[in-house]
Design a protein. Structure first.
Ligand SMILES: [Zn+2]
Length: 120
């Protein structure tokens, strides 16, 4: 798979669109993904442990948000440290919740690039 097609698969995954058919919506609800693509029927995460890939992406992204918030809060905000810490905790947890589906979708893109998901 070429670089452009790989980046496209990652972008589709991030946007919660099936990277295989590029039409099916991966999102089932605010926090969950469909097991199969509603359009082409491909299974997004074939193995039960595949969810950990998305969790790892979400953990790294949330950590980046937390560290960036800590640096900004400590150096530039001028607020009390308790307020900064509370804001960082809320922002990091909120980001993690909102990004959960997208991280899993991104992981589905990685799985597609590596050949771990495929059309029937
Ligand atoms: Zn599909």
């Amino acid at each position: 798979m070429g670089l452009f097609r790989s980046l496209q698969a990652l972008l589709y995954g991030l946007l919660l669109i099936c990277p295989v058919c590029r039409r099916g919506r991966m999102s089932r609800s605010l926090l969950a993904l469909h097991e199969r693509c509603p359009n082409c029927g491909v299974v997004f995460e074939r193995d039960p442990g595949e969810v950990t890939g998305g969790m790892a992406i979400n953990m790294v992204a949330s950590s980046v948000v937390g560290v960036a918030g800590a640096i900004y809060g400590a150096l530039f905000s001028g607020r009390e440290m308790a307020v900064v810490i509370a804001a960082i905790v809320v922002a990091t947890l909120g980001f993690g919740l909102l990004f959960h589906r997208h991280a899993r979708g991104l992981w589905v893109g990685v799985l597609y690039i590596t050949g771990a998901i495929y059309e029937r």
